[in-house]
Design a protein around this ligand. Sequence first.
Ligand code: ZN
Length: 143
Amino acid sequence: MSAAEAMPHPMPVPDSDSAPFWDACRKRELRVPRCLDCGTTRFPPHGHCPRCGSAKHDWLKCAGRGRVYSWIVVVQPIPKEVFANDVPYVVALVDLPEGVRIPTNIVGCDPHAVKADMAVEVVFEDVSPTITLPKFRPVGAKA
Ligand code: ZN
């Protein structure tokens, strides 16, 4: 399938809980909700603290560094009509020192070179006029 025939990628749909996260990404900032009562950070963004139930939170600006917790290399995309031109690509869980584990992609290296506990840093990719995705690359990579 050629790029011209590829179907559009699915896009995140911000809601009232996650809109500040997506707004921050557009500004090249990675922010996660932090409970104002107990300090627990959480991801994905949602309305209440999973530890104490409080709805009061601010948006902690993360340093943008993390470590690969787990990952897969996608070689057989589903649905193929959408992702055929992207393979192979890496879907990963990255642990941030701010206390959250976030699903993301690893870019900027050979997909088969990803390793457990690899140090990574955030990069932002504009995928639509309103959505910017936070992805991660090996610290110091060029891509
Ligand atoms: Zn709390």
